[in-house]
Design a protein around this ligand. Structure first.
Ligand SMILES: NC(=O)c1ccc[n+]([C@@H]2O[C@H](COP(=O)([O-])OP(=O)(O)OC[C@H]3O[C@@H](n4cnc5c(N)ncnc54)[C@H](OP(=O)(O)O)[C@@H]3O)[C@@H](O)[C@H]2O)c1
Length: 253
């Protein structure tokens, strides 16, 4: 009962920009010990019509310089940064905090079949061994090759659809002392986290473009309506972009 009311209080809190997020994240260790999972910050950029990439899932630069700087700042506040293998194969990102002060978050990739290329830029970062989260049934040769290339492949159970079981992954991350994780994309990963209700703060950058591209909520993933409200929204303009800070609430919660 006490846990429920604490969680509701956390949910009902508004997030009015970076200082509030910083304050919430300063309690992330306590959140992890209470919930058994890291605090999840879901943050991505979309066009006005809700596209996060081109129609063929190709990368499109959406954020302007100011909102990109915000993204780097949010990364610097979190212990981990998580993307799907689709994003690695398309964008080849390094997932660094870049210009923002503070440490770099630990990179985490959902890569069921270990398809990350050994030459991926993420694996070339000195002193960082990204965690590649894969299904138990992958070939040991792949595991060895990627370990030699600078990654730490971590096995995780899969759910009925054959993909990484997110609640199981959250427990693994909590066991590894990850208090907070920023989930950046792409569409399939964002859709999965939202459908599993694994988001504590949602920060959406809206770029003034209409793309007709890849919808952020992947329509192929389920026939269920998402029914998610972004509560206590705080709107901020950064350069030409609009940023919405919010706490998610699912209608039956
Ligand atoms: N605008 C933004 O803020 C932003 C941010 C990041 C990325 N993007 C864009 O998003 C596009 C890529 O999106 P995407 O949907 O094709 O790929 P994605 O979401 O990056 O990766 C999806 C893949 O991750 C693997 N996966 C494992 N477990 C999963 C789970 N539980 N839920 C979901 N996926 C899981 C699956 O690969 P297996 O089939 O191997 O299991 C799945 O196909 C790129 O164009 C990139 O530029 C945009």
């Amino acid at each position: 009962m006490e846990k429920d009311s604490t969680d509701r209080a956390a949910r009902d809190r508004s997030v009015r920009g970076l200082p509030d997020l910083n304050a919430l994240l300063s309690e992330a260790a306590e959140f992890r010990s209470r919930q058994g999972r890291p605090f999840v910050v879901l943050s991505y950029a979309q066009s006005v019509d809700g596209s996060i990439a081109g129609r063929r899932r190709e990368r499109i630069r959406l954020s302007g310089a100011e909102s990109m700087h915000l993204t780097y700042s949010i990364r610097a506040l979190c212990d981990g940064i998580l993307v799907g293998i689709g994003t690695i194969l398309t964008d080849d990102p390094r997932l660094k905090a870049k210009q923002a002060d503070g440490p770099h978050p630990h990179p985490i990739v959902l890569d069921t079949r270990l398809r990350t290329p050994p030459a991926a830029r993420l694996l070339q970062r000195p002193g960082v061994r990204p965690w590649l989260i894969h299904a138990p049934a992958v070939s040991p040769e792949r595991v060895c090759r990627l370990s030699r290339s600078g990654a730490d492949p971590l096995p995780c159970s899969v759910s009925a659809d054959g993909r990484i079981d997110l609640p199981a992954l959250m427990r693994t991350l909590a066991d590894r002392a990850v208090n907070s994780v920023m989930v950046e994309g792409g569409a399939r990963v964002i859709t999965s986290f939202l459908r599993q209700r694994l988001a504590d703060v949602v920060i959406v950058t809206i770029s003034p473009q209409l793309l007709g591209g890849l919808p952020v909520i992947d329509p192929d993933e389920s026939d269920r309506t998402l029914d998610l409200h972004l509560d206590h929204p705080f709107y901020q303009t950064l350069g030409r972009d609009l940023v919405i800070w919010s706490c998610p609430r699912w209608t039956d919660a």
